[in-house]
Write a protein that binds this ligand. Structure first.
Ligand SMILES: NC(=O)C1=CN([C@@H]2O[C@H](COP(=O)(O)OP(=O)(O)OC[C@H]3O[C@@H](n4cnc5c(N)ncnc54)[C@H](OP(=O)(O)O)[C@@H]3O)[C@@H](O)[C@H]2O)C=CC1
Ligand SMILES: O=C(CO)COP(=O)(O)O
Length: 327
């Protein structure tokens, strides 16, 4: 559900793995292009999609008989989408979030939004997250990811379905950690983008990446995540991929901020989803409520909202109450 860069790529992975896939696009012309030319030129230029991958702009057709429903729309639209889609969800289907953002206002993770918006139990909700830059995977470059679901059997089924000879999906039990890893690394990717835009070198980036990992681990653990999840593919792995790649929209957004563009200008130029720009406010609100210091994320927010000059970014990287988190 969602034929942007990641929805289309996962659909390709699943079709390449031998399963039937129906991809939902809200725009009829995108579905038509996929069915007729086996391309999605807006989002995956140069990529040939497999003939077994079909698309539709009709929700009922997309969801008819679906056993697993992969959600790949922006975090801020998921609730309203599901409120329309829920009547078409087949009984017992697994809903899989591919989304790496928090809902603004409520601060909820996507699996929580999925439960609220559909009325289905959390056991039917899964998340797939990891170092997965869409275009690289669409080209067939090998990569791995993590599927977490409270129901172990469903996690295994999803992992099997969306694994192919170039995409390996591991399972774990930590839904919260897997979900938060994807959300939080985006904020650090924006930070790395900012200092890259300022022209700083590897010391600054490595410092922010390492201290950023400490900061986001602390936040995630305070929510019940397992620390080791944040040091695996869904945390550190995704942080490395996103922070070092110009394919990352969050990194590119940060880079533009570092070069002096305003948030409004960045959003206008980006055209695609950069979840970090929307997640930063709910993350900081929750952090403040729980008394968690997040100096890097705070500075990201200050630069995004124009409260701090990008040139001043990175002067304060320490967590005042935490000196041992790296041990
Ligand atoms: N791209 C990547 O490498 C990865 C992305 N993700 C995550 O996947 C999620 C989706 O990202 P991605 O595919 O990259 O985003 P894109 O911006 O590439 O695509 C977004 C998709 O959502 C659709 N959409 C936008 N608004 C609505 C709406 N109101 N109702 C229904 N559909 C809507 C868009 O349709 P339209 O084209 O008509 O605007 C498009 O199909 C994000 O949370 C992202 O963090 C996770 C891993 C990797
Ligand atoms: O999550 C991603 C890679 O794992 C994609 O990152 P961006 O959303 O920043 O492009």
């Amino acid at each position: 559900m969602g034929a942007g860069s990641w929805g289309t790529t996962i659909a390709k992975v699943i079709a390449d793995g031998g399963c039937d896939v129906m991809l939902y696009s809200r725009r009829e012309e995108v579905a038509q292009e996929i069915n007729e030319s086996h391309r999605n030129g807006d989002y995956l230029p140069g990529i040939q999609l497999p003939p077994g991958l079909f698309a539709t702009s009709d929700v009922a057709t997309a969801l008819q008989g679906a056993e697993q429903i992969y959600l790949a729309v922006p975090a801020q639209t998921l609730r309203e989408n599901l409120e329309v889609w829920r009547e078409f969800i087949p009984k017992g289907a697994t809903l899989v979030s591919l989304i790496k953002g928090l809902e603004q206002g409520s601060g909820l993770r996507m699996s929580q939004v999925m439960v609220e918006a559909t009325g289905l139990p959390i056991e039917q909700m899964a998340v797939v997250s990891g170092p997965n830059l869409a275009l690289e995977i669409a080209k067939g470059e090998p990569a791995a990811s993590v599927c977490a679901c409270p129901d172990v059997e469903r996690a295994n089924e999803v992992a099997r379905t969306c694994s192919s000879d170039y995409f390996t999906v591991f399972t774990n039990h930590d839904l919260i950690g897997t979900e938060l890893g994807g959300v939080l690394k985006n904020l650090i990717a924006v930070a790395i983008g900012i200092v890259n835009g300022l022209g700083y070198g590897q010391n600054t980036k490595a410092s922010i990446m390492t201290r950023g990992l400490a900061e986001i681990t602390k936040f995630a653990v305070a929510h019940g995540a397992r620390r080791r999840t944040l040091f695996g593919l869904a945390g550190l792995g995704d942080l490395i991929a996103t922070s070092e790649s110009s394919l990352s929209r969050n990194f590119r957004a940060g880079e533009m901020l570092g070069r002096g563009y305003t948030k409004k200008e960045v959003l206008k130029r980006l055209l695609q989803t950069a979840e970090g720009l929307s997640s930063v406010a709910p993350v900081l609100k929750i952090a403040a409520e729980k008394g968690i210091e997040m100096p890097i994320v705070t500075q990201v927010s200050d630069v995004i909202e124009g409260r701090m000059r990008a040139g001043d970014f990175g002067r304060q990287l320490n967590l005042a109450d935490d000196v041992e988190v790296e041990s």
